[in-house]
Design a protein around this ligand. Structure first.
Ligand code: SF4
Ligand code: SF4
Length: 95
C-alpha cells in the first residue's frame, strides 16, 4: 500500500513570515525552488500532479520574505505574508 506523506504547504515561522503554496494551482515547474536564495522550498514527488511533483516548504525559518518566489511563480500558486514593519515616530528635537 502506498504511504501518504503530508505535504508542508502552509507554515508560519517564528519571525512572523507565512508561506502558503496553493496545491491546486502549483504545476510543479520548480521556478520557485530555483529562484529562492535561502533554500526554503523544495520539490517533492506527488503522483497525482501532471508534472509529478509539487513545491513544498523545506524550512520556513530560513525564509527572508524576499518575495522572489511569489513574483516568479507563473501560476500565482505561492503566497508570502510578512508582518508589517513597525513605524517609529521620530522625536521632535527642540529648536
Ligand atoms: S513556481 Fe509556482 S507553479 Fe512552479 S513549482 Fe513553484 S509554486 Fe508551483
Ligand atoms: S520569499 Fe524569498 S526566501 Fe522566502 S521562500 Fe520565497 S524566494 Fe525563498
Amino acid at each position: 500500500m502506498e504511504e501518504t506523506i503530508p505535504l508542508n504547504l502552509k507554515e508560519k515561522g517564528k519571525n512572523g513570515i507565512t508561506i502558503e503554496i496553493l496545491e491546486d494551482f502549483c504545476k510543479g515547474c520548480t521556478i520557485c525552488v530555483d529562484v529562492c536564495p535561502e533554500d526554503s522550498l523544495e520539490m517533492v514527488p506527488i503522483g497525482s500532479r501532471w508534472q509529478g511533483n509539487i513545491a513544498v516548504i523545506k524550512d520556513i525559518e530560513t525564509c527572508v520574505a524576499c518575495m522572489l518566489c511569489e513574483l516568479q511563480c507563473p501560476d500565482f500558486a505561492i503566497l508570502i505574508d510578512k508582518p508589517p514593519k513597525k513605524v517609529t515616530k521620530k522625536k521632535k528635537t527642540a529648536a
